[in-house]
Design a protein around this ligand. Sequence first.
Ligand SMILES: Nc1ncnc2c1ncn2[C@@H]1O[C@H](COP(=O)(O)OP(=O)(O)OP(=O)(O)O)[C@@H](O)[C@H]1O
Length: 256
Amino acid sequence: MTDRMLEVTGLTVRFGGITALDGVGFTVDRGQMVGLIGPNGAGKTTLFNCLTRRYQADEGQARYEGRDLLSVAPHAIVDLGIARTFQNLGLFPRMTVRENVMVGAHGHARAGFVSAALRLPSVRREERELRFRANELLESLELTGVADRPAAGLPFGTLKRIELARALAARPRLLLLDEPCNGLSHGEVDAFAAILRGIRDRADLTVIVVEHHMGFVMGTCDRVVCLEFGRKIAEGTPAEVQADEAVRTAYLGTAA
Ligand SMILES: Nc1ncnc2c1ncn2[C@@H]1O[C@H](COP(=O)(O)OP(=O)(O)OP(=O)(O)O)[C@@H](O)[C@H]1O
């Protein structure tokens, strides 16, 4: 029996004359790591923006854990256990690495504005818990050594891991990663893949990852969905999608 987490059907998004997503459908089961690939402009980021309610779908449905995701308010997405990272990192450069990660967990803080302003004991306890959680994440992502340094000036590969730690701080059940390997060296990609696999296995986590790095996708994902010009052109195991003629044509211009 499958444990379906996400079911997307007929998802269509138009921007004026451009159809960025054209009737896209796929499913994701709990615990899977699904790769979302396709040439530039295929609609991958638009799909993430729809699922996180930044963009409004013109047609179609997305059911997440049995509920209609497309009617959820954008700010409520994190409460449903969905977190994402961005192509262009959205870190706070002057805050320390630890503080950046703690920001990700703040959506889960219970203290209200007044008690936080008065620094009541309950708030201090909560902050200790957030710090503890952040420290755990920093350790599992091999960031403890830079925890007290400002994010500004750290190497790009490190910033990518901080961005991942911040998304994980919200304790997501579904994690959407937008090009996590972009700009990483070969060695960093392998290290990132190993870290991600470790986290996925430890924390009951389901992942959809947009990525152009085929080595990462083929070596890390359980299933792959390929988009081109807003349409799904292939879906299957990494090996099946890699061998698919439409996918090869989309990437190379001609079937290779
Ligand atoms: N806010 C927007 N307004 C107008 N057009 C948009 C908007 N967002 C995306 N598009 C268009 O939708 C199409 C799909 O873009 P999208 O960014 O989703 O592709 P992508 O697969 O993520 O590409 P890349 O790999 O380059 O990030 C493109 O033609 C893009 O120009």
